[in-house]
Design a protein. Structure first.
Length: 343
């Protein structure tokens, strides 16, 4: 009898029950508004215009290996705000349109893929941190869980009262009081501290995994393989420079947890994470594109990959602050009067 009453599919009519997150709550199927359509179109136009202007001011920007640094910023912002599918689409379209206005010195389809990956990775990380984790550890979600526990305890309490079991009545009543106090505490003070801890732990794990991967890849290589690398020569100087760059990011995530406000930290942490992942994921793609389009084929593949790797920490820090301030403006613009929807 108790089992039937507690069964989630046989709950009493009008009772409270929460059966996991809804897709819309997680942002998997967001409501598409006219404003969002306009903003996405604007970001595509900005990506192309940014590339055109950059190529006029700095002619080297017309070379695909450098162009992706300019066109990639608006694409990352788009993916971070609107998700991986829109981010990938904007990266793909923006790069193809830029070819019409800025004819490249050389071209390979992998450059377009690398640009699209900017939006895809930023979108995946943005959805995981901003949508999934924020929902899973939101005060509303936690309060719903406590409400559900209170409802279950209430059913048990009714059964205990019917059975006139004083010991069980007292025990269940104390649990109900406990859950109500916890619910009220969560609704009053929120879950920001716990969420910041989750952000920090996940970010540190991801960045540490990248550092370990870099060490595992570079250590077995010979020192002679690095003699043609620009600026920094030798295996160990390259390794130290790269590991130091990523370690500083890891340290920033840890220290920022204590000194940065929750609102800023919830934006900075995922930007640092997806910037780190992007550099690591795009290295073989863009390195191969450089080798095939500019170099002597796959014979120089290692040289092109390492050349990109050396300066990745510097590019990441530049991207982090540009994307943060751009995101802060665009996100507010997108979500202002967000009920103006296109049905």
């Amino acid at each position: 009898m108790l089992k039937d009453k507690l069964n989630v599919f046989n709950k009493p009519k009008g009772s409270y029950y929460w059966f996991g997150p809804k897709f819309r709550d997680l942002g998997l199927f967001q409501r598409w508004t006219i404003k969002k359509m306009v903003v996405v179109a604007m970001l595509i136009a900005i990506s192309v215009a940014f590339t055109i202007i950059s190529s006029q001011i700095v002619p080297i920007a017309s070379i695909p290996t450098f162009k992706i640094a300019f066109i990639g910023l608006p694409v990352k912002i788009t993916g971070f705000i609107f998700g991986p599918i829109i981010g990938f689409f904007v990266g793909l379209i923006a790069d193809l349109l830029s070819l019409l206005f800025v004819p490249p010195v050389t071209y390979h389809i992998l450059y377009t893929l690398g640009t699209a990956m900017n939006g895809l990775i930023a979108g995946i990380v943005g959805w995981f941190f901003i949508r999934f984790l924020k929902y899973a550890f939101s005060k509303e979600n936690k309060a719903r869980n406590y409400e559900y526990k209170i409802w279950r305890m209430s059913l048990k309490l009714n059964l205990a009262i019917s059975a006139k079991d004083e010991r069980k009545i007292q025990k269940i009543s104390l649990k109900i009081i406990k859950y109500r106090n916890l619910r009220d505490f969560v609704m009053r003070y929120g879950m920001n501290d716990k969420l910041k801890n989750i952000y920090m732990i996940i970010s540190v794990i991801i960045i540490s995994s990248i550092i370990i991967s870099i060490i595992a890849i570079i250590l077995p290589l010979k020192d002679d393989d690095f003699k043609d690398i620009p600026v920094i020569k030798g295996k160990y100087p390259v390794l130290v420079f790269m590991v130091t760059g990523y370690s500083v990011m890891c340290l920033f995530v840890i220290i920022g947890k204590y000194y940065i406000s929750a609102a800023k930290y919830f934006v900075f942490a995922p930007i640092i994470v997806f910037s780190s992942i992007l550099e690591f994921v795009n290295l073989p793609i863009l390195g191969l594109a450089d080798a095939l389009a500019i170099g002597n084929g796959t014979n120089d593949l290692f040289l092109w990959i390492i050349s990109r790797t050396v300066f990745s920490p510097i590019k990441i820090w530049f991207n982090i602050f540009v994307i943060y301030f751009s995101y802060s403006v665009i996100y507010k613009l997108v979500n202002k009067n967000k009920n103006n929807t296109y049905n």
